[in-house]
Design a protein around this ligand. Sequence first.
Ligand code: ATP
Ligand code: MG
Length: 629
Amino acid sequence: MTSYSAFYRQSIEQPDAFWTEEARLVDWYKPFHQVCDYSRPPFAKWFVGGETNLCHNAVDRHAAARPHDAALIYVSTETGHEITYSFAELKAEVMCMAAIMQSLGVGRGDRVLIYMPMIPEAAFAMLACARIGAVHSVVFGGFAPHSLALRIDDAQPMLIVSAEAGIRNGKEIPYKHLLDEAIELSQMPPNRVLMIDRGLHKGWNKVAGRDVDYETLRAEHRYAEVPVTWLESSEPSYILYTSGTTGKPKGVQRDTGGYCVALASSMKRIYCGEAGETMFTTSDIGWVVGHSYIVYGPLIAGMATIMYEGLPINPDPGIWWRLVEKYRVSVMFSSPTAIRVLKKHDPAWLKKSDLSSLKHLFLAGEPLDQPTHEWIMSGLDRPVIDNYWQTETGWPILSSVHGVEKTEIRYGTPAFAVYGYKLKIFREDGTECDANEKGIVGIEPPLPPGCLSTVWGDDERFVRTYFSLFKEPLVYSSFDWGIRDEDGYHYILGRTDDVINVAGHRLGTREIEEAIQSHPAIAEVAVVGVKDEVKGQMPVAFAVVRDAARIATAELCKALEKEVMLAVDATLGAIGRPSRVHFVGGLPKTRSGKMLRRSIQAIAEGRDPGDLSTLDDPNTLANIKALLG
Ligand code: ATP
Ligand code: MG
């Protein structure tokens, strides 16, 4: 085994040779003649002239070699459905869906918006688009009409694929109704809506001339043979919006060849998944993790993938581990948020199933605090690997790369820069930070394969948003704040927008939040910087307690607030001490589970909270507003 540092160095110093080797993990219909065209910075084109197809690599090549192996395993604890599709069956379903799309006029380069719950047809639709060269835009199911309408207008889809309803914790979400309202609001309504009827909601409104029924068309195209459309490597595969944690979501445009290579490579080097094994990613197809590691990544690697509709604690907190046992899951991928939910329950649930097949658990999306990391790693007795990445990049930026070298896992850090990323920590003036010095996490372009090619329909916004951090040098800004220690381990300290400046000392929200979380009474916390006449800004904390009894009276609240402040003093010093610790019932988060600090800060400063289209539970914010009077 080579050392990871040598492997990383090769990727940076000899990118052409390095990526030519990685590109062998993918089938090419026509070979590329140039590894990277970077003649128009910061735009990069990977594997120029090469022709390939994501669906071919994810489905067809495995259907030919191992037709009867499991490909898609669908489990819904909401409806009780559980079904396995082999690669051959998946191919047939995808071809049928592709034929239906073609019959509705969809062709290469046309957009298809997918607004669907976690049902197999959502994966069929994504893969069918990839097959015929259509560009999908998956919008998280349950987004409100206004948010959906904006995404319809941005993508201008020829077709929308949807279902009549979603279901969460037994509660129905009326997708079709929300969709009809969104189309009403849209300036660019689609010609056709392909409706999958799950049989959950009877009597949904069918718009004549526009809405067509999947089951009827499926019967017609059941045995269709639809050849793949070979695409030039840079042709777009999909559009996907960022979570909107820091403002208006950005429509990320992904290419075809670079993404395919990055995913194939990451499945081998980072996730250590082998063909014939099973991967279980607990995300939703509406997020980047769902795109890369529910649908495309595992299938490209020839693995079976589990698509799960339901909560981690229904019917009980052991459900995920039973699935690991039943389907012999070897690679699992989830989020710190989900693990924090499980952590509220008895750890004995982790021990009830046979987890011998499981090699690693990966977590991404939010900072992984040490108590949560320790809890899950000791509970599972497996390496739990923190991944840091973004919708923009499509695959990890920071990770332990266990498929190359089994480096030590440390708490609180997603470890090393992933190969291909020229990742540096920058000072405000564009110079590079020393070890252990806080700064902005940036990437020197060209960005590696797999990362966004541009912002959909807006090259100018791509450059302005991501590459205007400094006049010189040209750097991609992650908008995150972090440090690298002398061993090369990285720590993400929070969003650059959220950095709190107390009397000239700059503190990441994460630093203070971790200090507060070290207090055993605290389940969850958000810290924001609030304007202060004397110190510039003061940290203010909003915390959820594990046990409501700790805050039953005003005296108890005061006492706990004091204890929390002392906990911060002990770890960070008085400079990080929040001026107030407010106890709340819940914290505002995006639908993908990310803390919406900017909305709390705005409320605390008496400002308008801005775009809240991705806010999951408006009550959380309303309660904070009421609390602050
Ligand atoms: P928007 O860009 O619209 O504001 P967003 O940044 O939340 O939304 P995503 O692309 O879903 O959209 O999230 C990426 C961000 O999530 C990262 O920039 C980082 O702030 C955070 N993040 C992801 N993984 C980790 C991790 N392992 N540790 C710390 N932070 C993480
Ligand atoms: Mg972001």
